[in-house]
Each structure stands twice: as C-alpha cells, then as structure tokens.
Design a protein around this ligand. Structure first.
Ligand code: FAD
Length: 396
C-alpha cells in the first residue's frame, strides 16, 4: 500500500535550507578561517587566550549581524528566520562552538526575555547580547535540587519593595566569566511547587555573590558553585511574574535543549576521522562491528537533526518541551556513541590526549564533554519521562 498524497493541511516536508543557507554556511566558514586558528577547540581549554578569542569572535559575528540572526532588528538582531539561526548554530557546533559561553544568551536568555521580560528588561539586556558583549549564566541547580528544581532552597526573603536572596547554586556553567545570571529562588517555600519559584535577573558583581570554580574534566572556567548572601534584588529584577519561575524555566529549558547542535559536531568529527582512515587505507582494517556502529551513528545523527528541526519549527509559537526532550535524548546519546567510535577508530593513539592526539586533540576533547552530555540541561532519564508522559497523554 502506498502513502496517500499530502493534503493542504499536511504540506510536504522539505528540509533543504536552500541556496541562501548554503551561501551563509560558506560565509560563516570563511569567518571562522579568518578569525580563528586552525584546529581551534573552543573556550574551555588550558589556554586562557582561547576564551578571549571566543569573545572577540562573537563581536565579529555581531558586527556582521550573524550572532542573533533570527532576533528582531529593534533588539539588535538580524531579522532573519529561525532556520537561518539554525544554520549559524550548526556551523558553530561543527567548528567547536567558537561563540564560547555566549550561546546561553543567544539561545535561551534572549528568547526568554522576549517572551517573559518587561519592555525595560528587553531594551536593557537584548542589545548587549546581540552585540556579543555580555555573558549570562544559569543559576538553577542546587546541591539538593537538580532534577527536582521545585525543591530548591535558595530563599528570596521579602525586604522592603524587594528581596534579599540567600542560598547556594551548583554546576553553574560560566559563572566566573558571566556578567549576569538568571537566578531561581523561592519567595515562599510554603506555596505549592508550581507557585514557589521566581526568576531574577542578577548582575554577578552585586554585593553578596561569591563564585568558586569546580575542577572537572570539562576544562577550566566551566563549572562553578555560586554562594549568595543577602543579595538585594528589586521588583525590576523579576523575570516574568513573582511565582511564575517554574513555567518560565520550563519554557527556557526547551529553548536551551534545541540550541545545542551537537549532532553537527559529531558529523564533522566522523567525516574528519574517515578522511584520516582513508588516507592510509586503515578503514578496511577496522573491525566489521565498528563499521556497523559507524553507519548506525550516521543514521542516528540524521534522526537527531530531524528531531531538532521539528522543535526549531515550533520556536515562534513556543516549543513543546517533549519535542525538545526527544531531540536532546538522541543528540546526547549520539554524542556518547560517536565519542566511543572515534576512540576505537583512533586505536592506541587515543591515549595521547594532547594536541598531538587524534584529530589534533578534538577526539579527546569531544570524549570528555560527551560524558556529561546526558546530565547537563536535565538528565536523559528525566527527558525520557517527559517524552513518555507526552506520548501517554499523562500530565504527571
Ligand atoms: C556539564 C554540566 C553543565 C551544567 N550547567 C548547569 C548550569 O549552567 N546551570 C544549572 O543550573 N545547572 C547546570 N547543570 C546541572 C544539571 O542541570 C543537573 O546536574 C541535572 O539537572 C541533574 O541534577 P542533579 O545533578 O541534582 O542530579 P539528580 O537530580 O539528583 O539526579 C540523580 C540521578 O537520579 C535520576 N533521577 C532524578 N529524578 C528522577 C525521577 N523523577 N525519575 C527518574 N530518575 C530520576 C537522574 O536521572 C540521575 O540519574 C550542569 C550539569 C552538567 C553536567
């Protein structure tokens, strides 16, 4: 039996981005070649100059109108489509994310401000993000509250017309280098979980904030603890409404989860490794089982890409969190399977973890980060629960 022809309400799906997108890719690659050293592995290396380089590169993208290509021009964006922004995102991830820590502002803080911020907040925060001038961090997780964010303990105690925030955050990516944080706190722990949380926009140099780095295999400047001691915030610092933090976070996390095109990096690494293996005929010497896993990974990467596109297509009206979760699940499992395939293909050379290692250190770099991929931005188990609830039509 053949499929019925598509009707008007079911337009044919065309995932070819077209000639303009192909040109945009070439333009982005030319900028990367011009402004970054060959083999650049991103901001989180042992060389502090790499972080500075990513900041400079963000300004280059911003000057070209490419950093926030899909944002409205009134906020410093390029007025382009979400598909053009997807092209930028894929090229950035395929080249080891030379926007560094900047993607947080671009991917989810900006969209959250557009959807939930006041006009004053948008005018204040969006242009500096679009200009590549500011780094944001996300202060959600706590020692006793990662998955179960509703049970977080950081307290915003009423103080005059505002609050004093006291508590501790953990795993806060980029907190050392960030100028601003979207911080989750509870204004009243007695309220039901859906009404307990509020998000605040807090400058990281405000009195009472202390950042302590956490050493990890993800590289320097990445993970941190943030301690808050009576940090003063006012009504103008609230993102959304008091008590609406849970809904805003849910929305923001869906944007974050589709904003990381790690499938593009995996595809690029597999292509580079294949070129190396082809150059001395060693592809044929790999175990047949590894060939099979390689092909399977290529298929899975295509699935990850298509699931990401489904969520991107929803970006204007609001992403279904279950669709963002489905894309994230496949992308992060691909990250890990590709990391293992690359290690095995490299053979004994994989033990060289430095810049002289396989693909000039890119295999080691990818492997180390891939280990955390199924935890960051919500664990894979929790993403699966989100998808299962959606498929079963269950609210909890
Ligand atoms: C690289 C990296 C970067 C990060 N960056 C940030 C950041 O910038 N800002 C920030 O706020 N946080 C950040 N995090 C924290 C991250 O969001 C949390 O680690 C994650 O949400 C899990 O929370 P947890 O560590 O407290 O683990 P827990 O929530 O304690 O989970 C432990 C285990 O229990 C499982 N589990 C928990 N609840 C359930 C359930 N209901 N059903 C089934 N299984 C369950 C989990 O899947 C997991 O396997 C980052 C984490 C990593 C690894």
């Amino acid at each position: 039996m053949t499929d019925p022809p598509p009707t008007d309400s079911e337009p044919p799906i065309d995932y070819d981005f077209g000639a303009a997108a192909a040109e945009l890719r070439l333009r982005l690659r030319a900028l990367i070649r011009e402004h970054l050293p060959a083999g650049f592995l991103g901001a989180f290396s042992d060389n502090p100059a790499d972080l500075a380089l990513t900041q400079e590169f963000c300004k280059v993208l911003a000057d070209e109108g490419l950093l926030c290509l899909s944002w409205p021009t009134e906020y410093g964006g390029g007025g382009g489509s979400v598909w053009e922004q997807t092209t930028v995102r894929e090229e950035m991830w395929a080249h080891h994310e030379p926007r560094g820590a900047q993607y947080m502002g671009v991917n989810w803080v900006g969209p959250a401000l557009m959807r939930h911020g006041t006009e004053e907040q948008r005018a204040m925060h969006l242009p500096p993000i679009a200009a590549g001038e500011v780094i944001w961090c996300q202060g959600f997780s706590e020692p006793e509250a990662g998955t179960d964010l509703a049970s977080l303990r950081t307290r915003a105690e009423p103080d005059g017309d505002g609050w004093l925030i006291t508590g501790q955050k953990v795993w806060t990516s980029y907190a050392q280098m960030a100028q601003w944080c979207v911080l989750a706190a509870t204004t009243d722990p007695q309220l039901p979980s859906a009404e307990r949380l509020t998000l605040f926009l807090v400058p990281m140099d405000r009195d009472g904030i202390e950042v302590r780095p956490i050493a990890s295999m993800l590289g320097p400047h990445h993970l941190n603890e943030v301690f808050l001691d009576k940090v003063r915030v006012g009504p103008q610092d609230v993102l959304g409404k008091v008590g609406s933090g849970w809904a805003v976070m849910r929305d923001a996390l869906a944007y974050e989860r589709v904003g990381i095109a790690r499938y593009a990096r995996c595809e690029s690494l597999l292509a580079r490794m294949l070129a190396v293996l082809d150059s001395d005929d060693s592809w044929d010497r790999l175990a047949p089982a590894l060939h099979t896993r390689w092909v399977r990974a290529l298929v899975d990467l295509r699935i990850a890409r298509l699931l990401a596109y489904r969520a991107v297509g929803e970006q204007i009206d609001g992403i279904d969190p279950a669709n963002a979760a489905a894309a994230r699940i496949v992308t992060t499992t691909c990250d890990q399977s590709v990391a293992e395939i690359l290690m095995e293909a490299a053979g004994a050379a994989a033990l060289d973890a430095g810049p002289t290692g396989p693909l000039a250190g890119a295999v080691d770099d990818h492997w180390r980060y891939a280990q955390a991929a199924t935890v960051a931005s919500g664990t894979i188990e929790v993403q699966r629960i989100l998808v299962a609830r959606s498929v079963l039509g269950a609210s909890r």
